[in-house]
Every structure is written in C-alpha cells, then in structure tokens.
Write a protein that binds this ligand. Structure first.
Ligand SMILES: [Mg+2]
Length: 171
C-alpha cells in the first residue's frame, strides 16, 4: 500500500499559507506570529487552494514508484479538512494520480497530525488486508512517529531536492 500526503508533499501550499497568514495578522497584531484559529480556518478551507502548485518532482517520483511497484492500494491521507474535498479531488485529477481512498480530517477532529495519520493508515491496512505500507510525507514529526511504528517512510523533502535514490524495497 502506498500512502501519500498532500500539503508540502504533492503540492506546494506556501502561497495559500502566506495569504492566510496575512488574514490572521489583520485579525490581531502580534510581534511573533504563530498560526492561530483565523489562520487555520483559512488554510483548511478551499479559499486559497487555487494558489497551490503541484510539486512535479515529487509527483514524477510517485508515478514512477507506482509504475514499478504496482501497489495494490494507493491512498491519500491528509490533514486537510473535509471542506477541502472537492478542490482536492480536482487537484488530484489535474496531476493525474488515481487513488483508492482520499482520507481527510473531519471538522471536529483535533487529533495531532501524526496520531490521525497513524490511526487512518492502520485502518486502511486492515480494510485492504495489507501488511506493508510506504508513506510519503514532508513532516519530520509525522515521519519520525510512523517510523517508530515500523511503517516505511520516504521524506518528500529529499525527493524534492533530488536526493532520493531508487533503492526501494517491494511494496
Ligand atoms: Mg504535509
């Protein structure tokens, strides 16, 4: 089973981040900005998703991996909100990666990213009777946590930098 992250992995969302940060700053001026409720409500909505850019280097890597390993199941597991599903489906269709599942976060789901992802991945493995998953994600915290759970991970940042070598095990 292959599991893909969206924001920062298949898509560069820095423009969306930037626009939402501007809104959040208007709401309350602080010297040291940290993402707040205004920011997250904006970032986890379709509002600026048209600014997201596909990360073609990672996408090409993923497509090659799919061609070579022919995973039985391809899933997106993302911290994006359900409110973003429609735009997400459009984005996935634009980059040409077909998936069996796209799991996004429910509105009242406040679990940590890594806990949400571990839970969903375990659930999917069971549902599709898979004993192995490879996860491509850009979050160091998520990567470290899943690795500790003995799930194979690939750091999307190293793919984007071109450091990732073709030495994958079979899926
Ligand atoms: Mg990410």
């Amino acid at each position: 089973m292959l599991v893909l992250d969206l924001d920062g992995t298949l898509f560069d969302t820095s423009a969306r981040w930037h626009e939402c940060k501007k809104l959040s700053r208007e709401d309350r001026k602080t010297l040291f900005w940290v993402p707040d409720r205004v920011f997250w409500e904006c970032y986890q909505s379709p509002r600026f998703m048209n600014l997201d850019e596909p990360k073609w280097k990672v996408i090409r890597f993923v497509k090659r991996l799919i061609e070579e390993k022919e995973p039985e199941v391809i899933a997106v597991v993302s911290g994006r909100s359900e409110k973003q599903r429609k735009e997400t489906l459009k984005q996935m269709s634009n980059i040409g990666i077909e998936t069996n599942e796209i799991v996004l976060r429910g509105e009242k789901d406040f679990r940590k990213d890594y806990e949400f992802k571990k839970f969903v991945i375990r659930e999917l493995m069971e549902k599709y009777d898979q004993n192995k998953a490879i996860v491509i994600d850009d979050s160091d915290v998520v990567l470290k946590y899943l690795e500790e759970e003995e799930i194979e991970v690939i750091d999307a940042k190293t793919i984007a930098k071109g450091e990732k070598k073709e030495n994958m095990n079979t899926l």
